[in-house]
Design a protein around this ligand. Structure first.
Ligand code: SAM
Length: 251
């Protein structure tokens, strides 16, 4: 776990022995289940440490009340996150939600994915790691967002590698409470994606925050966190039926 240790140290989050043990176990289980379930294309030990674990925990740079030194991109203080409700939309193999839970055990985490074999893995993993306060839900975001148990109930909504901003906003913002926030890690150029997604964000009750550049030299390419604050309730008509957000993205 040397890469994870060094990278998280640069990020300003020293990991305990217990946390490292959990990350080791996570990497082992991911490699084991991946043979059968095709959970990720990143299977080498180095890639799992940087492109999955480290990349996931960089989301903390955009968490509410986290103190960040800028530049460099380093966390100067993690507040107590007791009671913070976080949901990961399209969690797949658990990224970014589960690494965030390992680093901040006091959050309550919901992992949502539409594919049952992925949520089966997530259930198994949560048991194996002995994590309390994690709920795994199988379903489409477009449907689960209509359930009052989930609609506008989360302080933070995270989602990685699921869709472009215009679509993602429709899948994620209905879950955020007013005053909450959506955080989406992204690779590559963002200007066009933001330009195409801004209209959707506003219609769904969001307001674009400043994108945060994630720079961890030697560990990750420059990446960004898209940040959207939830400033008013999402109109009841959203999200539309399953598949429609990606077929006809809001503009
Ligand atoms: N977030 C993980 C990561 O970064 O490694 C997985 C990314 S994977 C490319 C996209 C995941 O989103 C898949 O597991 C897929 O099943 C899930 N997904 C896509 N659309 C969804 C929807 N509408 N509702 C729930 N899950 C969805």
């Amino acid at each position: 776990m040397n890469l994870l240790i060094e990278g998280s140290h640069l990020l300003g989050i020293p990991l305990s022995e217990h946390q490292l043990r959990l990350f080791r176990l996570y990497a082992e289980e991911l490699a084991l289940w991946n043979r059968q379930f095709n959970l990720t294309a990143v299977t080498d030990y180095e890639g799992i440490q940087t492109r999955h674990f480290l990349d996931s925990i960089t989301c903390l740079l955009a968490f509410p009340a986290v103190e960040v030194r800028d530049p460099p991109c380093q966390i100067a203080g993690l507040p107590s996150m007791t009671g913070l409700r976080v949901i990961d939309i399209g969690a797949g193999g658990g990224f970014p939600g589960l690494p965030l839970k390992i680093v901040c055990p006091e959050i309550t985490l919901t992992l949502l994915d539409s594919v049952a074999k992925k949520t089966k893995f997530l259930d198994h993993l949560v048991n194996k790691l002995g994590l309390a306060g994690v709920h795994v839900v199988t379903g489409r975001a477009e449907e689960v967002a209509r359930d009052p148990q989930h609609r506008e109930r989360y302080d933070v909504v995270v989602s990685r590698a699921v869709a472009e901003l215009a679509v993602l906003a429709e899948l994620c913002l209905p879950f955020a409470r007013v005053g909450g926030r959506m955080i989406a890690p992204k690779k590559g150029a963002l200007e066009r994606e933001i330009e195409m997604g801004e209209g959707a964000v506003e219609r769904l009750g969001g307001r674009m925050g400043k994108a945060i550049a994630v720079e961890l030299p030697g560990f990750l390419d420059i990446r960004h966190l898209i940040v959207v604050d939830k400033v008013s309730p999402t109109p009841a008509v959203y999200p539309r039926r399953p598949g429609i957000p990606s077929k006809r993205p809001l503009r």
